[in-house]
Design a protein around this ligand. Structure first.
Ligand SMILES: C[S@@+](CC[C@H](N)C(=O)[O-])C[C@H]1O[C@@H](n2cnc3c(N)ncnc32)[C@H](O)[C@@H]1O
Length: 265
């Protein structure tokens, strides 16, 4: 079966079973967080036990699809990634636990202000890792020596750390698909795809939403495979991918950073 550059409408557990083991170089999963979000078809409110059991079912399939040198990232609320880590640590090698600083509206108590991104590889030592750099703005030390160092270091590109502060959520409705509550920013996926895949690799997302992973994979000359249960979101992904094609031919994306695309998609 040809599964390159495909977006499939269906349930990811069922659909993944149709693909041979060891098919994808990089998998990224941004599942529903059990937060009662309105995804149209999927019911995002389950008991904790049901949610965890369901998660383990699809995780097993994702691991099966990964190539021996493949990488896997999973984004969720910290309370769920604790469960994911206990499960996944038995099957894969955890490389990092990343905190994505995505500040929300103050809600009293201790405000939840980060998402957790787990980064795993199937092999302990053999996997793709391309150094990706960003500009840091360190502000956590007031010693004169550190302030001086900051003045120079904040201007130069450095490898990123496991705290991601300079990737911004798409909060304004006007900037995202009208009926999708949790669309990710392109720059978030850019970082993951550049770090853990090479041109020509297959990038897989079992919860594709409105296509962020596929769009960025396409822009970066990777192949994509995505599954999404809601047909409306699948149509939106296909529309976005069409636009990416015309954007590429007009502006030669190779020389452009994704930031410039923000207003285009
Ligand atoms: C958190 S959203 C992903 C958003 C995506 N990262 C984006 O940027 O558009 C989770 C998605 O999973 C989809 N979904 C829920 N259950 C699914 C299932 N069993 N199989 C495939 N997709 C599913 C939902 O419809 C929703 O679009």
């Amino acid at each position: 079966m040809n599964f390159e550059n495909k977006i499939i409408n269906g349930d990811c557990i069922e659909e993944m079973k149709r693909f041979p083991a060891g098919s994808v170089d990089l998998a990224f999963a941004d599942p529903p967080y059990n937060l009662e979000k309105d995804y149209g078809i999927y019911e995002d409110s389950n008991s904790a036990n049901d949610y965890i059991n369901w998660t383990e079912k699809w995780l097993i399939e994702v691991i099966r699809l990964l190539k021996p040198e493949g990488s896997f990232y999973i984004l969720n609320l910290p309370k769920w990634t604790l469960h994911h880590a206990v499960f996944l640590d038995q099957l894969l090698y955890r490389q990092n636990t990343i905190a994505w600083d995505a500040l929300s509206i103050p809600r009293g108590k201790i405000m939840p202000a980060h998402y957790s991104l787990l980064y795993y590889t199937k092999s302990h030592h053999k996997y793709t890792f391309n150094k990706f750099t960003t500009k840091h703005n360190w502000t956590h030390c007031a010693r004169g020596k550190c302030i001086k160092a900051r003045k120079t270091s904040s201007l130069i590109e450095q490898p990123f750390s496991d705290i991601w502060t300079n990737v911004y959520r798409i909060k304004h409705r006007g900037k995202r698909h009208a009926h999708h509550p949790t669309q990710l920013p392109l720059t978030f996926m850019e970082r993951i795809i550049l770090t853990s895949s090479n041109e020509g690799d297959i990038v897989f997302d079992p919860f594709l939403g409105v296509g962020t992973t596929a769009i960025v994979a396409k822009l970066l000359n990777r192949k994509y495979l995505g599954i999404e249960i809601n047909p409306e979101y699948v149509q939106e992904s296909l529309r976005n991918l069409d636009q990416v094609l015309s954007f590429r031919s007009r502006l030669e994306f190779q020389q452009t950073r994704l930031m410039d695309l923000k207003n285009f998609l």
